[in-house]
Every structure is written in structure tokens, then in C-alpha cells.
Design a protein around this ligand. Structure first.
Ligand code: GDP
Ligand code: MG
Length: 390
């Protein structure tokens, strides 16, 4: 598919706002906030959000990634970021639909420092992103990666290990592939030599100067969503019954896509989705209602339609105020918009059912934990730290 944003011949963007509360949709929102896999439990409060750790050598680009993806910082502003000298934790759930914690680490973490409790940190980790500066000599980074991965794996073998070969904007396509192959080979050889060939690392070529960083982050986050196959299935059913070619579910705030149907994703389509979200947010900021809830310029009723001059239509519809569906379809199929909207309504209901189950399971677990907790404190007369299993 050859798209380019310049080729938009006819831009018909309609952003609707409605401040009336819809109980059903809010329920969906509540359940969607529990999308991400449970991390681990703390003693009293039940589930703690799963962690995504950003690690790597100094100046590899960790803080820039976090600022660009979650704070809408422009890439050039990252030039002025100060170096991080302590672990920075950030809760992503408050500002967006995706719910997890990001921990940005300072460059050099000393695993032998007694004040650094790495076992506790790795135990609650869902994904470990190791950032390598591809424009620099990466020999030291690779030995650090090996040390980090082997330590983390021993504490928690369920962590997904993600390697961002970062700052690839300065490299030619051939050079990028060559670097990825070389890094892949060296890390796997190191792991095999250590007898840990069962550790699986995923590699991504990333840069904050294009959409590659959002795409890579999307894939990392998707691995932490246990309902991903169900979501994919629902999207497959939705597109095949509506004459749609491709559909994405986006977290609007971060432009991370939570799920898509099972047809392959091409970078240009993904970039168009991101541009469309930017258009909707920008237009909403200019013309949206001033008294919007949660400080967002768009809401659950926002929608937008863009006609490209190659007979493709991009249709964006908000599922909740944080989550939007972006669909690609032919002009002929868009003639049956009524059918698409009806199917979308069914899709929304199905998602709600999936997450209602999850919320119920979580509530039952929380209740059981509370009972266990009160039993423990009653029988011993002193406060013990219960060890909950999830
Ligand atoms: N060319 C390029 N520079 C980047 C990229 N990401 C980050 N940087 C630059 O790398 C430098 C170090 O970034 P910083 O986020 O502070 O690194 P950290 O120490 O790992 O947190 C900054 O000057 C950023 O502008 C990228 O994708 N491409
Ligand atoms: Mg930093």
C-alpha cells in the first residue's frame, strides 16, 4: 500500500463531543484498566502494576524514550535531558488506558551494591527493555546486557527480555540489518556459553525520530496483555463482517497499539494511524469543549473520517476515552457505514464481557487474600507478612 500523508485529497474530520455519562462505557473503561497481566501482589492492596524496566548504559537513550512515548516530548527536546542519577518510577495508568509502571534506571547499576535490592525489583517485572546505542561502540553494552539478563532470569524466568537497538536514525538500511545480526549473534553466543540458551531475547531497531519507538513499545506492552488472543479474535471477526481491511486498537495517549487483527502490520499503515490520532487530538484541542472530563480534549464519542485519494478510508472511533479503534477500508465498504457502526457496537459489548470476567476474578482474589490476611493476624496475634500466590 502506497500512502503518504501529502496524498490526502479530501479531509473530512468530524469530532463529536458529548459530556453525558454513559454508564456502560464507563464500565468498559474500568475493566479495560485491568488489561495488563497482574504483576504480583503486595501484602495488603492486592495487585501491584507490572513493571517495565528501562535499562542500558548511560546516554543510550532510556529517558528520551520514556519522555517521547509517554510525555509527548519532541525528539529534539531530549537533547537537553539531564542525566538520570536515581531510579525514576512512573505510573502510566493515570494518564492513559494502559496500566503499568515504567522504571527508568541510571546508566550504571551495581548488582553487588547491598542497597540495590535487584531481586525485589526483578520479581515484579513484566518486561525488561535493554537499550543499546547503535551509534556507539556496543561491546560494553553487550557485556552489561548479558550480566543483567542472566541476573534477572535467575530471579524471575517469566520476564520478557526486549533489546532496543536504538538511535538507528543515523544508519543506512544495510547498516541497520548488519548491526542487528551482529548483536543478535553475539548475545546468543554469550548466553549459549553460559549454558542459558533457553533465554529468549527479542530485538527491535528503534529511534525516537520516527514511529519505530512507538511500534516497538506496542509489541512490548502487547506481550503483557493476557487477553491478547481474545482481542485479536474479536478484531478478526469484526473486520471480516464489516468489509474492513485492517483494524487497530490504540491507546490514544501514548499511540501504543494494544491489539490488531491477525493480518500483518506494515509500518506505513501504523504511521498513518499515528498521524490520524495526532490530527484528532490537535483538532479536539482547538475546537473541543472546554469543560472536558479528565483533562482530555477528546472523549468516548469522538470520531474522525479521513478519505485518502487512493480510495482508502481511515475511520477512527473512540471505544472509551482512552482507547480508540482505527480502521482501514475501501470507499465501497464505507458505503455500508451503518453496518460497520452496528458491528462496532457489538465489538464494544464483547470487549466489555471479556473484561467483566477479569474484574470478577480479581475481586474474588482480593476477597480471598483479605480473608487469609485476617486469619493469619488472628491466629498468631502478631502481624505476619502473608505470601500471596497469584
Ligand atoms: N540520534 C538519536 N539520538 C537519540 C535518540 N534517543 C535519544 N537520543 C539522544 O541521546 C542522548 C542521551 O539520551 P538520554 O535519554 O538522556 O539517555 P539515558 O542516559 O539512557 O537516559 C540525548 O542527547 C538524546 O537526544 C535517537 O533515537 N536517535
Ligand atoms: Mg536517563
Amino acid at each position: 500500500m502506497q500512502y503518504s500523508f501529502i496524498c490526502i485529497a479530501h479531509l473530512k474530520t468530524k469530532v463529536l463531543h458529548n459530556n453525558t455519562e454513559d454508564q456502560n462505557t464507563d464500565q468498559v473503561l474500568l475493566s479495560l484498566c485491568c488489561f495488563i497481566a497482574p504483576g504480583f501482589s503486595d501484602s495488603m492492596n492486592g495487585v501491584v502494576k507490572p513493571r517495565i524496566l528501562l535499562m542500558g548504559l548511560r546516554r543510550s537513550g532510556k529517558s528520551s524514550i520514556q519522555k517521547v512515548v509517554f510525555h509527548k516530548m519532541s525528539p529534539s527536546e531530549t537533547l537537553f535531558l539531564e542525566s538520570t542519577n536515581k531510579i525514576c518510577r512512573e505510573d502510566v495508568s493515570s494518564s492513559s488506558f494502559v496500566s503499568f509502571q515504567i522504571w527508568d534506571f541510571p546508566g550504571q547499576i551495581d548488582f553487588f551494591d547491598p542497597t540495590f535490592d535487584y531481586e525485589m525489583i526483578f520479581r515484579g517485572t513484566g518486561a525488561l527493555i535493554f537499550v543499546i546505542d547503535s551509534q556507539d561502540n556496543y561491546v560494553e553494552a553487550l557485556s552489561r546486557l548479558h550480566l543483567t539478563v542472566t541476573r534477572a532470569y535467575k530471579v524471575n524466568p517469566d520476564i520478557s527480555f526486549e533489546v532496543f537497538i536504538h538511535k538507528v536514525d543515523g544508519l543506512s538500511d544495510d547498516h541497520k540489518i548488519e548491526k542487528q545480526r551482529d548483536i543478535h549473534k553475539r548475545t546468543n553466543t554469550d548466553l549459549t556459553d553460559a549454558g542459558l540458551e533457553q533465554i529468549h531475547l527479542s530485538f527491535y531497531l528503534t529511534s525516537i525520530y520516527d514511529h519505530s519507538i512507538f511500534e516497538a513499545f506496542s509489541k512490548v506492552v502487547q506481550k503483557l496483555i493476557p487477553q491478547l488472543p481474545t482481542l485479536e479474535n474479536l478484531l478478526n471477526i469484526f473486520i471480516s463482517n464489516s468489509g474492513i481491511e485492517k483494524a487497530f486498537l490504540f491507546d490514544v495517549g501514548s499511540k501504543i497499539y494494544i491489539a490488531t487483527d491477525s493480518s500483518p502490520v506494515d509500518m506505513q499503515t501504523y504511521e498513518l494511524c499515528c498521524d490520524m490520532i495526532d490530527v484528532v487530538i490537535d483538532i479536539s484541542c482547538i475546537y473541543g469543549m472546554p469543560n472536558v472530563e479528565a483533562g482530555l480534549p477528546h472523549d468516548k464519542d469522538s470520531m474522525a473520517i479521513i478519505h485518502l485519494n487512493n480510495t482508502t478510508v481511515i475511520y477512527l472511533k473512540e471505544v472509551t476515552k482512552f482507547l480508540a479503534m482505527v480502521c482501514f477500508l475501501r470507499k465501497e465498504s464505507f458505503a455500508r457505514k451503518g453496518l460497520i457502526d452496528y458491528n462496532f457496537h457489538c465489538f464494544k459489548k464483547a470487549i466489555q464481557e471479556v473484561f467483566d470476567v477479569r474484574v470478577k476474578v480479581q475481586q474474588t482474589r482480593k476477597l480471598l487474600n483479605q480473608r487469609r490476611w485476617s486469619k493469619l493476624t488472628l491466629t498468631s496475634g502478631v502481624i505476619l507478612m502473608p505470601h500471596f500466590l497469584w
